[in-house]
Write a protein that binds this ligand. Structure first.
Ligand SMILES: C[C@](O)(CO)[C@H](O)COP(=O)(O)OP(=O)(O)OC[C@H]1O[C@@H](n2ccc(N)nc2=O)[C@H](O)[C@@H]1O
Ligand SMILES: Nc1ncnc2c1ncn2[C@@H]1O[C@H](COP(=O)(O)OP(=O)(O)OP(=O)(O)O)[C@@H](O)[C@H]1O
Length: 277
C-alpha cells in the first residue's frame, strides 16, 4: 500500500497580472505548504473503491466520480495505459472549498501514490501534464515545494526553503466559490510580486483576491482582524480565493497562544496550528 500526504497549500501572496482570452487569470503567486493536510492511500484491488474518512468526509459525499481523487486515478491510468483496479482511502481533514487547495492536494497525492504503486518515477514529465489537466493548483501541489507560480499557476519556479515557520490557519466556516471571487476582481492588473526572499517578498506583496472575497463574505475581514491582533503575527493574509486565512509567527509559543485565543473567541471556527513544510 502506498501512502502519500496531501498537504494544504497556502498562497503567501497572489497578484493578478490580467485576464486571459480563455477566461482564466494570469497570476504571479507564492505557493507554500504546511505540514497539516489530508492523506491518500492506494492499494491494488479487485474493484475500484474510494473510501473517505475524517472530519470533512461528509462534505464530499455524493461527489463520487467528480471527486478529484477519482479524476486523478482515471487520468493516470489513461495516460500510462494501466488497467489495474485500485482501492483508495482519502482521510479528509481539510475544509472543502476553503482556499487551501484540499482537492488539488488530494489529486496530486493520488498521482504520486499511483506512480509509486505502478513503478513510475514521481518526476515523470507526464505526471505534471496530468496535474495541469486536473486544475490550476494541482501542478504546484505535485511539485510540493515553496515556489512562484505564473500563468494559470502551472509555471513553477522553486524559491528558498521556508520550512518550520509556525503557521496558524483559520477558517470561519463559509465555503467560497473560486470563480465567483475571480469574477469580482477589480480588473486593475498588478505588478509582479515584490522582490526578495520568500517571506520578505510575501510581506511586501498582497493577495488581490482578498478584497473581492471579503466583499462576498464579510466574516473573512473579521478573521483577518482577529489574527492581526495576535501577538507575534508577522504576516496575516487570506489564502487563494478564501475563506481560510493564515498568520505566520517567528516563534511556536506565539502561534500556540494565538491558536488558544482564536479557539476561545470563536469556538465554531476551524483552526489549525501547524508549520510551513
Ligand atoms: C485561487 C487559486 O487557488 C490560487 O492558487 C487558484 O488560482 C485556483 O486554483 P483551482 O481551484 O485549482 O482552479 P481551477 O479548478 O483550475 O479553476 C477554477 C476557476 O477559477 C478561476 N481561475 C482559476 C485559476 C486562474 N489562474 N484563473 C482563474 O480565473 C476560473 O474561473 C476557473 O474556472
Ligand atoms: N477530494 C476533494 N477534496 C475537496 N474538494 C473536492 C475534492 N474533489 C472534488 N472537490 C470539489 O472541488 C471544489 C473545490 O474544493 P477545494 O477544497 O479543492 O477548494 P479550495 O481549497 O478553494 O481550492 P483552491 O485553493 O485550489 O481554489 C469543492 O467544491 C468540491 O466540490
Amino acid at each position: 500500500m502506498m501512502i502519500e500526504p496531501a498537504r494544504a497549500k497556502l498562497n503567501l501572496a497572489l497578484h493578478i497580472r490580467g485576464k486571459r482570452e480563455d477566461g482564466y487569470h494570469e497570476l504571479e503567486t507564492l505557493f507554500a505548504f504546511v505540514e497539516f493536510g489530508d492523506k491518500i492511500s492506494v492499494d491494488v484491488a479487485e474493484e475500484d473503491r474510494l473510501a473517505i474518512t475524517g472530519p470533512y468526509a461528509e462534505a464530499l459525499t455524493g461527489l463520487e466520480g467528480d471527486n478529484l481523487v477519482c479524476r486523478a486515478r482515471d487520468l493516470f491510468r489513461e495516460r500510462f495505459g494501466i488497467d489495474d483496479k485500485v482501492a483508495i482511502t482519502l482521510a479528509k481533514h481539510l475544509p472543502v472549498a476553503s482556499g487551501i487547495g484540499g482537492g488539488s492536494a488530494d489529486a496530486a497525492a493520488t498521482l504520486r501514490a499511483m506512480a509509486r504503486q505502478f513503478g513510475i518515477a514521481t518526476d515523470h514529465p507526464e505526471l505534471m501534464r496530468c496535474a495541469e489537466t486536473l486544475g490550476s493548483d494541482v501542478p504546484a501541489c505535485l511539485f510540493g515545494r515553496t515556489a512562484i507560480g505564473r500563468g494559470r499557476g502551472e509555471k513553477l519556479e522553486a524559491v528558498d526553503d521556508v520550512a518550520g515557520i509556525p503557521a496558524l490557519l483559520v477558517n470561519p466556516g463559509v465555503a467560497v466559490s473560486t470563480p465567483a471571487v475571480f469574477a469580482r476582481w477589480s480588473g486593475e492588473a498588478s505588478d509582479g510580486l515584490a522582490p526578495g526572499r520568500a517571506i520578505q517578498s510575501a510581506m511586501a506583496s498582497r493577495n488581490d483576491l482578498q478584497p473581492p472575497a471579503i466583499a462576498l463574505q464579510s466574516v473573512i475581514g473579521d478573521v483577518i482582524k482577529l489574527l492581526d491582533r495576535q501577538q507575534g503575527a508577522r504576516l496575516v493574509r487570506m489564502s487563494g480565493s478564501g475563506a481560510t486565512c493564515f498568520a505566520l509567527f517567528a516563534r511556536a509559543d506565539e502561534c500556540h497562544r494565538a491558536a488558544a485565543n482564536v479557539r476561545a473567541a470563536q469556538p465554531g471556527w476551524w483552526c489549525s496550528e501547524t508549520a510551513l513544510a
